[in-house]
Design a protein around this ligand. Structure first.
Ligand SMILES: C[S@@+](CC[C@H](N)C(=O)[O-])C[C@H]1O[C@@H](n2cnc3c(N)ncnc32)[C@H](O)[C@@H]1O
Length: 212
């Protein structure tokens, strides 16, 4: 979705440097030192305005969170939330990721979240989808063997594609629902901004949790 341009966005982002990791490649293999504790680390790719990851961080002070988002105007909204909520267990990477293994070592993460990822509807762009099988294998490498990767989407076509990619990547489905909000997983679910928007219109939300 096209976002409204925000005036002086770069200046506005400077206010939040304490929450941002400028050179994430330098932290590869050292994220525990970065946070200064041994707590498990979770990552969200494409966090948007941050409702999901900030609420996770608020509920789980004994876990650390990293959120990646490429769009300036959107990450700015997430940063405002972190400041308002006074969270110290969440940091941000302002980048469009390509190969996530540039930033994380094997097994460095406890879990990884992909929420309402861009669908890239044209078939010739399938490899750009964040649930393309080669990307799933990259995530599996940086997540611990007993960790999990979760994906939610309103887009039924992208969900079916993702299930095929999970099989192609030879990963195991742990939990799955085509109607998350009316499923046994609803209780633990933390909704995202997009999720709220689509479910308010009556759209079913698809959910899958997988492991390598
Ligand atoms: C459709 S929005 C969903 C936002 C949020 N997860 C939600 O559910 O409300 C997808 C977001 O992912 C970001 N994004 C897409 N590809 C990305 C990438 N490769 N690296 C980082 N962010 C990405 C986009 O900028 C956009 O803000």
């Amino acid at each position: 979705m096209r976002q409204r341009k925000i005036k002086d966005i770069e200046e506005k982002l400077e206010h939040f440097t304490q929450y941002m990791v400028e050179v994430p490649e330098e932290q590869k293999g050292k994220w525990k030192e970065f946070f200064g504790n041994d707590h498990p680390i979770y990552l969200e790719i494409g966090c948007g305005k941050g409702q999901f990851i900030t609420e996770h961080a608020r509920r789980n002070p004994d876990c650390n969170y990293i959120a990646i988002e490429g769009q300036d105007s959107v990450i700015w909204r997430a940063l405002q939330k972190v400041e308002r909520m006074e969270l110290t267990n969440l940091c941000f990477i302002k980048k469009y990721i390509d190969d996530i293994r540039d930033f994380f070592d094997d097994g460095e993460l406890e879990g990884l979240y992909l929420n309402f990822s861009d669908p890239w509807p044209k078939e010739r762009h399938a490899k750009r989808r964040l649930t393309y099988h080669k990307k799933l294998r990259q995530y599996a490498q940086i997540v611990k063997a007993d960790g999990h990767i979760e994906f939610k989407t309103d887009n039924d076509g992208l969900f079916e594609f993702t299930l095929e990619q999970i099989a192609e990547a030879e990963m195991t489905i742990l939990e799955m629902s085509r109607d998350l909000h009316n499923s046994p997983y609803a209780e633990k679910n933390i909704p995202t901004e997009y999720e709220d928007k689509f479910s308010q219109k009556g759209k079913n939300i698809n959910y899958v949790s997988m492991k390598a």
